[in-house]
Each structure stands twice: as C-alpha cells, then as structure tokens.
Design a protein around this ligand. Structure first.
Ligand code: HMG
Ligand code: MG
Length: 283
C-alpha cells in the first residue's frame, strides 16, 4: 500500500502576493478553480491584510466570491488580525491561517509587531474564529534581518500556536536558504513540543535546497508540505526570498519516495502553465 502525503497548495496566495504586475481577478479565479479540480484538499486562496502593503491581494474578497466551491476542498484565507478574520468570514473562507514569526526582525517588518504582541493578537483571532485555524511560523532557520534562528525560538512559537488551538502549524523556511542540517535541528526542537502529525513544511526555494529539506522533514515524520504551482512567489517583507517550491516538483519527489498525493498530474501540469502565464502577464 502506498503511503499518503498531502500538498497544501499556496500558489494563489503566497505565489501571487509578490507579483508586481496586476493580475486580473478573473485569472486568479480560473487558477483557483483549476486547482480545485486537481485533487488538492486545501488551497490558500488569498489574504485579508493591509492592501497598501500587499496590493496584489487587495481583490481577495472578489476572488473568494468568484470561485466555485468544490466538495472536499477547503479554501483558506491568511488573516493578520480580527479585521482580517471578519473579512475572511464575509468571504466564506473555509479555514483561516494566522502567521507569526520565530525572529523579531521579520515579525516587525512583516506585521509591525513583536513576536509576543503578535501571539496575543492571534490568540484573540483564534478564539473568535468559527472555522479551523492553521498557524504559520516564519523564518524557521534564518531571518533576512536577524540571521540564524535558534531552533528553540521556533519551538516556542509553534507551541504557542498549538496551545491557541491551531489544528496544524506550518513551518516557514521563508528565505529559502536553509539546509537539511538546519531543518533537521529545527525539527528536533519543534518535535519535542508539537507532534509531527500537527506539522507541515513550508519551503521557499531560493537556494535550491527545498526538495532536500522536504526529504529531511519526511524522515522526521512530516507528511504535509506547502507548495505553489509553477514555483511562484516570495514574500514582499523577506528581501532576497524566491518562490515557494514548485508543486509539480514536490509531487514528483514525494511520488519517488513512495507517497501518493492524490493529485491529477495532467491538471497540475495545466495549473503550473497557467501560473507561469500569470507571471508573464498572458493569463
Ligand atoms: P500595522 O503594521 O499596524 O500598520 O498593520 P500598517 O501601517 O501596515 O497598516 C495599518 C493600515 O492597515 C490601516 O489603514 C488599517 O486600517 C489597515 P490606513 O489607516 O493606513 O488606511 N488594516 C487592514 N486593512 C485590511 N485588512 C486588514 C487590516 N488590518 C489593518 N486586516 C498589519 C498590521 C498586519 C495589518 C500590516 O502590517 C499588514 O497587513 N502586513 C502585511 C503582512 C503580509 O501580508 N505579509 C505577507 C504574508 S506572510 C508570508 O508570506 C509568510 C508565509 O508565507 C510563511 C513563510 O513563508 O514564512 C505565511
Ligand atoms: Mg511563504
């Protein structure tokens, strides 16, 4: 019997948020609809953040309004505060994600708050939410502002998100420059506090190490990995970060390792082509 692993598709949010060219709302809707037919159980559709800071996500409400809801597919929204939660609720997001960081420099740059301020804010959001809440920890190996992140700092934030009720915590290798050794040490610290079944790996691929990092995470027991169709993306507040690892590459590598992701390879190929067209402005 083949083991199962899951890819959480984050292309419509993490993939597109950093694109400078205006991408038509209709193209984003078509992208999500194609992904919804591809076999993903969870897709991050957009974010409800300050539109002056992330203009590409300003139409997330319209994207949620336009997509076809598919049975068995959870359409997720990233939210930074109670206002974002309200917008996600209005948009009928099936789940939300809150996003903390393991380094003070990135926390300040990304959400204008210290780590502890953000955790207090997120505890309110998690308490008020009426849908499942996922948590992110950014900069799990290295921070563009503070340098190397101590594994214990990651474990502390992951445990705090777990304690506030997040059903899963996604460990963000935001800069995409971490090595398997760093990822392994970080995971050892986190696994002392949160079980593997509640963790996901979120690897950006700046240094070309994302697949090796995923293999390390698999050996530590993780079975959920975030990825973006076409390898789009980056974070506007993480200078030098490249896109998320490409979904097709992760699917192939997990397949090679004996894991079934349940994805339709032909539809995924189409979605990745659509993602690249969006970047070129031809979608
Ligand atoms: P702030 O830092 O206190 O102040 O906001 P600000 O000046 O940035 O924003 C204040 C303005 O935002 C005000 O409007 C508010 O009304 C408005 P103004 O008076 O200027 O017109 N505002 C909102 N507007 C819409 N929706 C809201 C909302 N809340 C306030 N929910 C805030 C704090 C968090 C809102 C802001 O810093 C922000 O939006 N940051 C953007 C964060 C972001 O989206 N980053 C990218 C995603 S995280 C990521 O990519 C990492 C991840 O992929 C994992 C990984 O790779 O590591 C998840
Ligand atoms: Mg990311």
């Amino acid at each position: 019997m083949t083991d199962r692993a899951e890819i959480f598709e984050v292309g419509p949010r993490d993939g597109l948020q950093n694109e400078k060219a205006a991408i038509p709302t209709a193209a984003k809707i078509a992208f999500v609809d194609l992904l919804s037919r591809t076999g993903f159980r969870r897709i991050e559709v957009g974010s409800f953040v300050n539109p002056k800071r992330v203009p590409q996500m300003a139409d997330s409400g319209a994207v949620f309004d336009g997509i076809a809801r598919a049975p068995g597919v959870s359409h997720a929204a990233l939210v930074p505060n109670l206002r974002g939660l309200q917008a996600a609720t209005d948009a009928k997001a099936d789940e939300i994600a809150i996003f903390a960081a393991a380094s003070e420099g990135f926390s300040k740059a990304n959400i204008g708050a210290t780590i502890d301020e953000s955790l207090a804010r997120y505890a309110e959001v998690a308490k008020a939410a009426t849908v499942p809440v996922r948590g992110y920890v950014s900069c799990v190996t290295v921070c563009p502002y503070d340098g190397a992140t101590p594994p214990d700092a990651v474990a502390r934030v992951a445990a705090a998100l777990d304690a506030m009720g997040c059903y899963e915590i996604s460990l963000g290798e935001t800069l995409g420059r971490g090595t398997p050794e760093q990822v392994g040490a970080m995971l050892d610290a986190v696994l002392d506090r949160v079980p593997a079944a509640k963790l996901a790996g979120h690897f950006h691929d700046t240094g070309g190490m994302a697949l090796a990092n995923i293999e390390t995470a698999v050996t530590k027991g993780l079975r959920v990995f975030d990825a973006a169709a076409g390898g789009l993306g980056g974070c506007p507040f993480a200078p030098g970060a490249a896109g998320n690892v490409a979904t097709g590459l992760v699917r192939q590598r997990l397949d090679d390792m004996g894991f079934d992701t349940g994805l339709d390879a032909a539809l995924l190929f189409e979605a990745e082509a659509m993602a690249r067209d969006m970047r070129k402005g031809t979608a």
